[in-house]
Design a protein. Structure first.
Length: 110
């Protein structure tokens, strides 16, 4: 959520994506790499998913791709809207992480 707020503030302040906004999205990507590595180790260690494995790993792959696409958007389109796209990454990945945890552990909406 911090990346979402940083990029949203950048959209109001700047006409182009600045380094802080891009670095915050890179931090989201790093978080996803660590999350996927830990999930892989847990699953190989015998910790099973409550939901479907293909759905969980599909979410992981999709969440991994979203920041990369937004980064390239921000690099090629130097407008205020690039910051909004970068902000959408933080919000989208946060929702996807909640859903991944629901698939892993189960829950109300699983």
């Amino acid at each position: 959520m911090a990346s979402f707020l940083i990029c949203l503030v950048a959209a109001f302040i700047h006409d182009y994506p600045d380094d802080v906004a891009i670095i915050s999205v890179a931090a989201v990507e790093l978080l996803l790499v660590v999350y996927a590595a830990v999930a892989g180790v847990r699953q190989l260690g015998g910790d099973s998913l409550v939901g479907a494995g293909w759905e969980f790993w599909g979410y992981v792959l999709t969440a991994f791709i979203i920041p990369i696409i937004a980064f390239w958007w921000a690099v090629t389109d130097k407008t205020r809207w690039s910051n909004v796209v970068l902000a959408a990454v933080g919000a989208t990945v946060a929702v996807m992480l909640v859903r991944m945890e629901q698939i892993w552990h189960g829950g109300i909406f699983a």
